[in-house]
Design a protein around this ligand. Sequence first.
Ligand code: COA
Length: 297
Amino acid sequence: MESPFKVDILKGKVALITGGGSGIGFEISTQLGKHGASVAIMGRRSLVLQSAVSNLQSLGIQAAGFEGDVRKLEDARRVVQSTFDQFGRIDILVNAAAGNFLASAEDLSPNGFRTVLDIDSVGTFTMCHEALPYLKKGGLGRGSSGGGVIVNISATLHYTAAWYQVHVSAAKAAVDAIGRNLALEWGTDYDIRVNGIAPGPIGDTPGMSKLAPEEIKDPTKTPVPSYILGEKWDIAMAVLYLASNAGKFVNGATIPVDGGLWLSRPRHVPKEVVKQLSRSVEKKSRNAPVGVPGSKL
Ligand code: COA
């Protein structure tokens, strides 16, 4: 789908996207690049990185790939430094790297729990921390121009609870908390905006095929009748909004981009039945004598 934003809204900006070589992260890299940014992507798999970079370059985007694991401080430090060396500044950090798998709390080992927190929560903080010298107002490559922007990719599942996702729920709750606290501290001290996007189910992603395999989508095997899928594009547009000046007054927010799905519950009683029931109950209540249960006082 065509972008509603002007193609030069990020002209001259440099973006570093962790997990930017595949899935939602790659669409974010593509859209930031298509709107004028130079793009550095960080990931663990060199073949995935290489192919992503050549795809970005074939679209005319200035792109570079840096291998690294957000769980390792030395990798984070090296990739941030390499991005700066290559492009001369860093304006936008998108933390899209994440680990995920379905496992019941009973079957999940404490190390499995820790692994996802290490990637999602500690990894996000580490990348923010290492990028701070470049993102802050007056920081390396910035002079006295304003600060940069951080966008964390979160989720909606911890707003309530989610089956077999205790590790991811805990990790994303921490990501949201990190975002709010950095927004407060670094917004105040360094003019950096820190926000989050919480995607709902997005079609054609590794996350979806892991978390909603075909068997789960079968309505005979699940109480949820259907999934409403978003597109990777929806998430990338939300990141563009936050990363560009369109979002200049937004700080410390996490925006759910899920079509309102996290609010939904199974509809137990049809709307027409509720209408009729509600009217007859109200009528009875209006006609009941004072003091009788259900009457007006
Ligand atoms: N079910 C249960 N436990 C699992 C698991 C699964 N599917 N996958 C990993 N674990 C556990 C392991 O058993 C291990 O715990 P243990 O030492 O107690 O046995 C722990 O997690 C670490 O596993 P390991 O395979 O050594 O970690 P890793 O660093 O190689 O990979 C992930 C872990 C999460 C990064 C891996 O699953 C992965 O590659 N995910 C791809 C990223 C992804 O899913 N992206 C989409 C995001 S929505």
